[in-house]
Design a protein around this ligand. Structure first.
Ligand SMILES: [Zn+2]
Length: 98
């Protein structure tokens, strides 16, 4: 998925702008891994194998995404993902694994 394509994407829920965090790219600069986050509803949409996962909440499985979020935790800027939303973690580092 190219960054220019992602630019045209908006949040399917509130049509708000999405912020892209790219984690890995291929040789052509296409984004292979990363995530999009909505500034308004705080939802986070992972990009896996170049494909953004933008399903409605009820079609998403947190169990499948949790390992990714853990792997990407350094990119979440100290926030945590709850109910597919990227929220500030005010409970500190001890909340890991709960
Ligand atoms: Zn949104």
């Amino acid at each position: 998925m190219r960054a220019s394509t992602i630019d045209k994407l908006c949040c399917p829920f509130d049509k708000n702008e999405l912020e892209l965090t790219s984690i890995s790219k291929d040789l052509e600069g296409k984004i292979i891994e990363g995530f999009l986050s909505c500034k308004k509803c705080k939802r986070i949409y992972p990009i896996m194998k170049g494909i953004p996962i933008m399903n409605p909440d009820e079609y998403r499985e947190f169990k499948l995404e949790a390992p990714l979020m853990e792997k990407w935790s350094q990119y979440l800027k100290g926030k945590k993902v709850e109910n597919f939303r990227l929220i500030a973690d005010d409970t500190g580092v001890n909340s890991l694994g709960k």
